[in-house]
Design a protein around this ligand. Structure first.
Ligand code: HEC
Ligand code: HEC
Length: 229
């Protein structure tokens, strides 16, 4: 998915047009960050680390970037970049990580921070991990009936059906803004697809994809993608 432009990414990843406006505001506000951070396909480290896939990731975790000892220690102690922690860090980096190398006074305006975070989210591996998306995914995905989870998926059939999926999701699991779907637990995979089919998850592209799939087809896809890692 390296050639996906931001516009297409937004069309796929933004749950609603209101969020889309927010992401666009975030893109504009990201100018404050752009002197130090690159983001998007092929982004490299600069003064700061590239920010692809930062959501849900341990702080200070990119192997090839030289972080401050402080942020690395906090990452090892359990600091993970979720919505709330990003808000704190972006408001005033040094109050969260006192010895951080991010020499930036912070973004005081909460709405502006939220927009920047929404923009970062468009480049996140796992949009579903982001609490901000919770309204579209209340209390996690709805439970799928045991009889449906019990369906033995045929991985060969799943492979046959997977052609469409891998136009967006990369088979090697690497991705730029589209979550990885390889090596998942089969029940979780089935539950996620049913959540799109039932429109409990908001992403319109995935809702369309899931609406066309039968229970057996979902089971086959789960069995196929589970084998890849
Ligand atoms: C003056 C340069 C500079 C600016 C401006 C800047 N950053 Fe940073 N940022 C850094 C550096 C350097 C680090 C590494 C921090 C460390 O090692 O303690 C960092 C770290 C981060 C991290 C943690 C990344 C990780 O892998 O743990 C996030 C998230 C982040 N910056 C977001 C932003 C955002 C969003 C903005 C704009 C609102 C911004 N930064 C502005 C230099 C900057
Ligand atoms: C048009 C591009 C596109 C196609 C085609 C597509 N997906 Fe997706 N898929 C996405 C996007 C974007 C997301 C993240 C949506 C969100 O925010 O909920 C996603 C999310 C998912 C998730 C949940 C991932 C997570 O981290 O929670 C699963 C599972 C999934 N897709 C499976 C499939 C399968 C199976 C197919 C083929 C039958 C498929 N997708 C086809 C774009 C696509």
């Amino acid at each position: 998915m390296t050639r996906l432009g931001l516009a297409l990414l937004l069309a796929l990843a933004a749950p609603a047009s209101a969020d889309r406006a927010q992401v666009e505001a975030g893109e504009a506000a990201f100018r404050k960050c752009a002197s130090c951070h690159k983001i998007g396909p092929g982004a490299k480290h600069a003064t700061g680390p590239h920010l692809n896939g930062v959501f849900g990731r341990k702080a200070g975790a990119l192997e090839d970037f030289r972080y401050s000892p402080d942020i690395v220690r906090m990452g090892n102690d359990g600091l993970v970049w979720d919505y709330e922690k990003l808000h704190l860090y972006l408001e005033n980096p040094k109050t969260l990580v006192s010895g951080t190398r991010m020499n930036f006074r912070g973004v005081r305006d909460e709405a502006e921070r939220a927009a920047i975070i929404a923009f970062l989210r468009a480049y996140s591996d796992k949009p579903s991990d982001i609490p901000e998306s919770a309204p579209t995914n209340p209390g996690g995905d709805p439970q799928v009936a045991a009889a449906i989870l019990a369906i033995q998926g045929d991985p060969d059939y799943g492979e046959y059906l997977s052609g469409e999926c891998v136009t967006c999701h990369q088979v090697d699991g690497a991705d730029e803004g589209i979550p990885s779907i390889t090596g998942w637990n089969e029940d979780d995979f089935v539950t996620a697809l049913h959540a799109y089919r039932a429109k409990h998850r908001a992403n319109p592209a995935m809702q369309l994809v899931a609406a066309r799939l039968s229970d057996e087809e979902i089971a086959g896809l789960a069995a196929f993608f589970a084998k890849i890692d």
